[in-house]
Design a protein around this ligand. Structure first.
Ligand code: ADP
Ligand code: MG
Length: 232
């Protein structure tokens, strides 16, 4: 089990109003899963992705990532774990506009603890250029994000999420801002990496054509798991 949630609740407080965005989620993902979180807008997809991605904390319940109970970790340990274990792909790409494509993908290698010590400049260059080759953007290495199409920007975001060789890649509606052709290109790329490595993928979507690519589908409804489909 690489990801485990046990009776996870998330309660948002806005002034005096409390709102339960997640209501007792139980979920276990195995290494190598390609899992979709499906559900309508407002069902809690982003909330659950942020919690698994260690961007946000559960209000109650237990989250285990890569064999560690995260409730026991302090802020620094959580940050380190996020850098070392997790790659995150956002719906809106979130590339840094003043950095080139190459620099955006290289960035996670410069933050985080283990990497600067381990990878030389030359090794970083090889790693980043290899990934840009893989996502089909080698010739765009010096361009700025604004000079790329949405689909190309999202492929840069995929390369950035993979550069630290994470065990888990989390993608919150990675294709929502893309047309269907670019959307399936991004998904096929994720699927290829998943098939070639042990990397676990969990992505959210409300697009049926995309959730059918998953080996597991978790349907969220009003903050609860409504139904779960697993394929061999
Ligand atoms: P989805 O990604 O499936 O559209 P979200 O996880 O973004 O759903 O939101 C789930 C519910 O939680 C929604 O009703 C939303 O309005 C509410 N919500 C999300 N973030 C906050 C927040 N920071 N404060 C208050 N309510 C929030
Ligand atoms: Mg969302």
């Amino acid at each position: 089990m690489i990801i485990g949630l046990k009776d996870v609740w998330k309660t948002y407080s806005t002034g005096k109003v409390q709102f339960d965005a997640l209501k007792g989620i139980n979920l276990e993902l195995r290494r190598g899963d390609f899992a979709a979180v499906a559900g309508p807008s407002g069902s809690g997809k982003t909330t659950i992705m942020n919690i698994i991605g260690l961007i946000d904390k559960p209000s109650r319940g237990m989250l285990t990532i890569d064999g560690r109970e995260t409730g026991a970790l302090n802020r620094n340990e959580l940050t380190r774990m996020r850098h070392e274990v997790i790659g995150f792909i956002f719906q809106s790409f979130n590339l840094l506009p003043v950095l080139s494509v190459f620099e955006n993908v290289e960035l996670p290698l410069l933050i985080g603890k283990k990497n600067p010590a381990v990878l030389s400049k030359k090794q970083r260059k090889e790693r980043v250029e290899g990934l840009l080759e893989e996502v089909g953007l080698a010739e765009k290495r010096s361009n700025l994000p604004a000079e790329l199409s949405g689909g190309q920007q999202q492929r840069v975001a995929v390369a950035r999420a993979l550069v630290n060789d994470p065990k888990i890649v989390i993608a919150d509606e990675p294709t929502a801002n893309l047309d269907s052709e670019n959307g399936s290109r991004v998904l096929n790329l994720m699927k290829k990496v998943n098939a070639e490595s042990d990397t676990t993928f969990i992505f959210s979507t409300h697009d049926k054509t995309i959730w059918e690519m998953a080996n597991r589908i978790i349907f969220l409804h009003d903050g609860k798991i409504a139904e779960e489909a697993a394929r061999a």
